[in-house]
Design a protein around this ligand. Structure first.
Ligand SMILES: O=C1O[C@H](COP(=O)(O)O)[C@@H](O)[C@H](O)[C@H]1O
Length: 220
């Protein structure tokens, strides 16, 4: 599997990596059918926002970038738990187009699908008990986590594994030794079926089986 693990890096170094990938993707898109535009997806939760703030301060051509949340909590945009509200607050002022999730929406191919991961191995809002599996649709789904995560006890909207692997590259940014161990287990299967069967494991497996395989980088 084409997975590159990069040891815990400061937010600025991760922002450097992302900015470089965005510029490469924008260069490829110039003159293409999307008239030079690209779409990316970014995570919610806590980890991404300092990195997004760093990126927003950089002179990127944000007006050519459409940003989709990878998942969201079903709350008003001005609620502190709204991923799209926090993403919009940072990136709309610098010119990015923001695409709030809507149930049934079909996302574009992403130049970069940036993800976090929960302690339970959830990615986007695909939780172990509620992730649509073999029949996962290629559109945004509504999910009721079971149990509701105490830190954000809301119903969710989420991209699915088929929509996430319709990307040129996957990026994970995760923090902490426990999450790193879980990610490595999911990637290698070394801890058996359980880690592979988590949403993160199934996403990594789908990325590796895609044609061509989707490259994965993890800052962890
Ligand atoms: O609920 C969520 O949690 C995960 C992980 O968040 P973090 O706070 O541990 O970084 C996140 O990736 C997801 O987008 C979010 O909605």
């Amino acid at each position: 599997m084409a997975i590159t693990l990069i040891d815990a890096a400061p937010d600025a170094a991760i922002a450097d990596w992302i900015a470089e990938r965005l510029l490469i993707a924008l260069g490829r898109a110039a003159g293409g059918p999307e008239r030079g535009g690209i779409a990316i997806t970014v995570p919610g939760g806590t980890t991404p926002f300092p990195i997004l703030a760093d990126l927003a301060a950089r002179p990127l051509p944000w007006e050519r970038i459409t940003v989709w949340p990878g998942d969201d909590r079903i709350v008003a945009e001005d609620h502190p738990a709204s991923n799209v509200g926090r993403i919009r607050a940072l990136l709309q002022p610098v010119g990015a187009q923001i695409a709030p999730l809507a149930q049934g929406a079909v996302p574009p191919r992403f130049a970069l699908a940036w993800l976090g991961m929960g302690n339970d191995g959830h990615v986007a809002s695909l939780f172990p008990n509620t992730d649509p599996r073999a029949d996962a649709p290629a559109h945004v789904v509504r999910i009721v986590p079971d149990p509701l995560p105490p830190e954000a006890p809301f119903e969710r909207l989420s991209l699915t594994i088929p929509t996430l692997i319709a990307s040129d590259a996957l990026l994970f940014v995760i923090r902490g030794a426990d999450k790193r161990a879980l990610f490595e287990a999911a990637a290698s299967g070394a801890h058996g079926v359980a880690a592979h069967d988590l949403p993160v494991g199934r996403l990594l497996a789908a990325a590796s089986h895609a044609v061509p395989p989707v490259p994965v980088t993890c800052f962890c």
